[in-house]
Write a protein that binds this ligand. Structure first.
Ligand code: PLP
Length: 451
């Protein structure tokens, strides 16, 4: 591109500006909804453990004309012409992913974390092979072998739960591995507040000749910042979503460390070549190049010292939140947290997860209900609530603000009257009081792009 065009007018900015202007003029109804959603995010206190807010520069990449490039394959080996620039973008995303995680191999094309898991499994396993993953109700993910998911239907799924202390029982994992001889062991969780010992999982996998897949969707930011042990060299394969703790676009990554060049079961290819082939043509078609540009931008941010400061704040605020809720009598699973996640057992005090979630939502506090180990309630009800601090940390909340957040949660939960599993009554005066306090907190600690 001619540099002079850039100095005359930035085409990326013009495109974005024209797009918004046209949207507002030609489709005011949709524009209004988009504006309302943006305001909702600014004005509510989201403590969703699986969420974050992508930087405006990340979302700007999503909205670029890279969306219009249709191709298949990989940089330098595309099936369509016109890819010279997007090849550079994808190579940049790959290099940044490798750098952020100290990986030898990265594939940035997976459309989601779920897809990343599916394609790694599909690359290595045959239908009917045995997999060993964490049980859904213990904190695992659907794609780790749940009966409701493809992974539990196409493979023979065995699952491990938690010990009585709420921690992964590695001796039990080892016993199940020896008994069932899985082809693949899956570790990583959607609701687990403690450190995961990836090296120990690898020893168990090696003992029975299994591949190890580490899914770090929830803790990828902490891993990149060095605040959680990395699975990159411990596991054969590491997968992650990019929109959770990486504050990126919706999408996934597959990463590999020292086993990238290990031979695949067929003895002809390497394991990373197998993954490369599994993403395309086996599982996906065209890459989302605008999403890949957004991943590159998010991974660029992850590599900065500021991101490490944010990650440190995530862990610190979660510790404070757990301690504050516990001090107000709410049982916290495992007694605390090592990461961004806090799991409260609200059933122990007569609430259900659904009631606890909905009552908070009616006051502008956004969390999600979660089944917890030993929970008798169906998934739609649940006996627990899962909190996460990715967004509170992004808002720059310090300890005193987290104390306020915990006090508001406690105020709502101790004020409501439970009608049944999902219905409740909350005094209007309490609701107004908490809503006002939430609005005040959101004003004092705005999301970065509101500044
Ligand atoms: C969220 C999550 C996923 C799924 O990621 P998507 O990108 O939403 O498909 C996979 N694994 C774990 C452990 C998760 O928490």
């Amino acid at each position: 591109m001619d540099v002079r065009t850039l100095t005359v007018e930035d085409p990326v900015a013009r495109h974005a500006r024209d797009g918004v202007a046209r949207l507002r003029k030609q489709d005011p109804e949709l524009h209004r909804l988009l504006a309302r959603e943006q305001n909702r995010q600014h004005e509510t206190l989201a403590m969703i453990a699986s969420a974050s807010a992508a930087d405006a520069s990340v979302l700007a990449c999503e909205g670029t004309t890279t969306n219009n490039v249709t191709t298949e394959g990989y940089p330098g080996r595309r099936y369509h012409a016109g890819c010279a620039v997007v090849d550079e973008i994808e190579r940049m995303a790959i290099e940044r992913a490798k750098a952020a995680f100290g990986a030898r191999y990265a594939n940035v094309q997976p459309h989601s974390g779920s897809t990343a898991n599916q394609l790694v499994m599909a690359a290595l396993l045959k239908p009917g092979d045995t997999i060993l993953g964490m049980e859904l109700s213990a904190g695992g993910h659907l794609t780790h072998g749940s009966a409701a998911n493809f992974s539990g239907r196409y493979f023979r799924s065995v699952s491990y739960g938690l010990g009585a202390d709420g921690l992964i029982d590695y001796a039990e994992v080892s016993r199940l591995a020896r008994q069932h001889r899985p082809r693949m062991i899956i570790c990583g969780a959607s609701a687990y507040p403690r450190r995961i010992d990836f090296a120990r999982f690898r020893r168990i996998a090696d003992e029975v000749g299994a591949y190890l897949l580490a899914d770090i969707s929830h803790i990828a930011g902490l891993v990149a910042a060095g605040l959680h042990p990395s699975p990159i060299d411990a596991a054969h394969f590491t997968t992650t979503s990019t929109y959770k703790q990486l504050y990126g676009p919706r999408g996934g990554l597959v990463l590999m460390g020292r086993d990238a060049d290990a031979p695949a079961p067929d003895g002809r290819r390497t394991l990373s070549a197998l993954v490369q082939h599994a993403v395309f043509p086996y599982f996906q078609g065209t890459p989302r190049l605008n999403g890949i540009a957004a991943k590159a931008r998010a991974l660029g941010i992850v590599a900065t010292p500021e991101f490490r400061t944010l990650a440190t704040r995530i862990v610190r605020t979660a510790g404070t939140l757990a301690a504050e809720l516990a001090s107000r009598g709410w049982p916290i699973l495992t007694g605390g947290t090592d990461n961004h996640m806090v799991l409260a057992d609200v059933g122990a005090r007569g609430l259900t997860g659904a009631v606890a979630e909905r009552a908070l939502e009616s006051c502008g506090i956004i969390v999600n209900r979660n089944r917890i180990p030993g929970d008798g309630k169906p998934a739609q009800v649940g006996g627990g609530v899962r909190f996460g601090t990715n967004l509170l940390a992004l808002r720059g909340m310090d300890e005193s603000a987290i104390v306020e957040c915990a006090a508001l949660v406690d105020r709502v939960w101790t004020s409501l009257v439970v009608v049944d599993d999902v219905e409740f009554v909350l005094d209007d005066a309490v609701r107004s009081e908490v809503r006002a306090a939430v609005a005040d907190l959101c004003r004092r600690y705005p999301l970065p792009d509101a500044a």
